[in-house]
Design a protein around this ligand. Structure first.
Ligand SMILES: [Ca+2]
Ligand SMILES: [Ca+2]
Ligand SMILES: [Ca+2]
Ligand SMILES: [Ca+2]
Length: 473
C-alpha cells in the first residue's frame, strides 16, 4: 500500500480516531435510522474551478493539479492546490495552497503552505515522484509516517546515493498541521533492504529494482506504519515466499535497526503470504486474502475469502486470523451473509472487473464505526445501473444477514454506481462523481464533481453533494 493511499483512504477501515476510542454505538446499532445517501443534494461552494478530485493531470493552459487531502487531521479533506501547470508562480515550487474544509465548504482564501527547499525547482509539484530524471532530483511521497494522522513529505532519496539519504535514511518533513517543517527528521531505513538505494515505500514486483518485496503498513495499531518485507525475490517476476514477514517497527522517528520475524499462518497458506493481499489468483495453489482490520481494534487481521478454485464454500465461510500486534491468532470461521449472487463474496478486496457477470464488491466502512462492511456495488460488465448498493453491516462478530439498501440517484448511464469514482467524460450528459467522506463525519458522501456539459456549473463554482447518514424524514 502506498503511503498516499493511507492518507486519502477516507473509505479505509484503518482511518479515524486515536486507538483508545471505541466504535460509535449509534452508528453500530443499525436500527436507529435508515442509512444511506441523502435524497436531496446540497451545493458545496468551490473557491476555484475543481474538475475532479482524483487522478487529474495537466491538460490545458491554466490548469492546476489539486487533490482532496486531510492536511490537519480532523478527517475533513482540504482542497489542496499542488501545481500550476504553466509553472508561472510559486504554486508547486515553493508553496502549496490549502483551502480548509469547515464541514460545509472550502475556505475562499487558501492557507499558504511553504514547501521545503531541496535545490530543485518544483520538487514537490506532485504528490509523489518515483523516478530519478534530472539533476538534482528527489524521490518522495506524501504520507503519514509518524502516525499522528497528519500527512508528511517523505523523501526517499536525492538520487545521488552518495550520502545517508537514499541508502540508510529517508528525510521526513513533518506536517505540523499548518505547514511542513523546514528541516527533516533523518529517518533510519535499513540499507540491506534496498541494495540499489531507496526509491519508494513499496515494492510490489520482483525486478523493478534490486530489492525484495516490501511495503509499509501499521501492524500493531499505533497508526505509525511498520516497514515490512513480505517476500524475497529470486529473479525478475520470481517471488520467493519466506514463511514469515520481516518487520521493522516504527519508533515514530525511524524504523527499528533490526527486523522482527513475524510468524504467518501455515494451515492455509496457498503458496504463502507474499504480500498484504488482494484479488489475485495467479499461482497454483493460491488463495485470495486481505490484510485489514475486520475486528475494529486498528490492528490488521488476515482474512481469506477464497482458495481461487471458485468452490462455492467461500460464499459461506471465510477464515479470519485475528491480528495481535505481534502476529496472528489461529483461524476462526467468519461467515459472510447469504447472497443471491453466487460467488459474490469470494472477491471482496478492491479489484477491477475481469469477467462478465462478475459482481463488484467491496469491504469498506460505510457506517462510520471503523468496522468494514461488506458491500455489493453492482454488476461489473452488465448494462444495468443498480438502483441501490446492498450493504451487509459489520456488527463486530459478523455481517448482518439482511442488507441495508443504499438507494442511489436515478441515472440512465449504465454502470454509474458500480464504482466509487467516475473520472472520464463520455458525453455531455455525463457527470463525474466520487464517493468519499467530504464533511469529516466518517460517513461517505456522494459527490458530483464535474458536469461534462461546458455550461454546467458543477465543477466550475460548486459541487453537488448527497451527504451520507440517516435519511429518515
Ligand atoms: Ca481537514
Ligand atoms: Ca505525520
Ligand atoms: Ca505501528
Ligand atoms: Ca460524510
Amino acid at each position: 500500500m502506498r503511503l498516499i493511499i493511507a492518507v486519502l483512504g477516507a473509505l479505509s477501515a484503518c482511518g479515524g480516531d486515536p486507538p483508545a476510542a471505541a466504535p460509535a454505538p449509534a452508528a453500530d446499532s443499525g436500527s436507529a435510522c435508515t442509512r444511506g445517501f441523502a435524497t436531496t443534494a446540497i451545493d458545496w461552494a468551490l473557491p476555484v474551478p475543481a474538475r475532479a478530485t482524483l487522478d487529474n493531470t495537466c491538460s490545458g493552459e491554466g490548469d492546476e493539479l489539486m487533490r482532496l487531502i486531510d492536511m490537519d487531521g480532523d478527517r475533513a479533506p482540504e482542497l489542496v492546490r499542488i501545481f500550476d501547470c504553466d509553472r508561472a508562480g510559486p504554486l508547486g515550487d515553493t508553496e502549496w495552497w490549502v483551502h480548509k474544509n469547515d464541514g460545509g465548504s472550502f475556505s475562499p482564501a487558501p492557507e499558504v503552505w511553504v514547501l521545503p527547499q531541496t535545490g530543485q525547482d518544483y520538487a514537490f509539484g506532485a504528490l509523489r515522484d518515483g523516478a530519478c530524471e534530472s539533476s538534482p532530483d528527489i524521490l518522495f511521497e506524501l504520507g503519514d509516517l509518524d502516525g499522528d494522522l497528519l500527512p508528511d513529505l517523505v523523501v526517499f532519496s536525492d538520487c545521488t546515493l552518495e550520502g545517508a539519504l537514499g541508502t540508510s535514511e529517508w528525510a521526513v518533513y513533518r506536517n505540523t498541521g499548518a505547514g511542513f517543517a523546514a528541516d527533516p527528521i533523518p529517518w533510519s531505513a535499513p540499507a540491506a533492504l534496498a541494495p540499489d538505494g531507496w526509491r519508494t515505500a513499496e515494492q510490489e514486483q520482483c525486478g523493478r529494482f534490486n530489492a525484495d518485496l516490501f511495503t509499509v503498513r501499521d501492524l500493531d495499531g499505533d497508526r505509525a506504519p511498520e516497514l515490512i518485507r513480505t517476500a524475497g525475490c529470486v529473479g525478475e517476476g520470481q517471488v520467493e515466499a519466506l514463511g514469515r514477514w520481516d518487520v521493522w517497527r516504527n519508533t515514530t522517528t525511524g524504523f527499528a535497526a533490526e527486523p522482527e520475524a513475524w510468524p504467518l499462518p501455515t494451515d492455509h497458506g496457498g503458496d504463502g503470504w507474499p504480500g498484504l493481499g488482494g484479488n489475485l489468483c495467479e499461482r497454483e495453489p493460491d488463495h485470495l486474502y486481505g490484510t485489514l482490520d475486520l475486528t475494529g481494534d486498528l490492528i490488521p487481521d488476515l482474512v481469506v475469502s477464497s482458495s481461487c478454485d471458485r468452490e462455492p464454500i467461500w460464499d459461506e465461510r471465510w477464515l479470519l486470523y485475528v491480528g495481535t500486534g505481534d502476529g496472528f491468532e489461529p483461524a476462526v470461521d467468519w461467515r459472510p451473509p447469504p447472497t443471491h449472487v453466487p460467488g459474490a463474496w469470494q472477491r471482496p478486496f478492491p479489484t477491477e472487473c475481469t469477467v462478465p457477470n462478475d459482481r463488484k464488491t467491496l469491504l469498506t466502512d460505510l457506517t462510520g464505526d471503523r468496522l468494514p462492511d461488506l458491500v455489493l456495488l453492482g454488476a461489473c460488465l452488465g448494462d444495468r445501473t443498480p438502483a441501490a448498493w446492498e450493504v451487509h453491516v459489520n456488527q463486530g462478530g459478523g455481517f448482518s444477514a439482511e442488507p441495508e439498501m443504499w438507494w442511489l440517484p436515478d441515472d440512465d448511464e449504465p454502470m454509474t454506481w458500480s464504482t466509487l469514482h467516475d473520472p472520464r467524460c463520455d458525453d455531455a450528459d455525463d457527470t463525474l462523481m466520487e464517493v468519499l467522506d467530504l464533511d469529516g463525519d466518517r460517513l461517505p458522501d456522494l459527490i458530483e464533481t464535474y458536469g461534462c456539459d461546458p455550461d454546467d456549473p458543477i465543477g466550475r463554482d460548486r459541487w453537488r453533494v448527497r451527504l451520507g447518514g440517516c435519511i429518515d424524514p
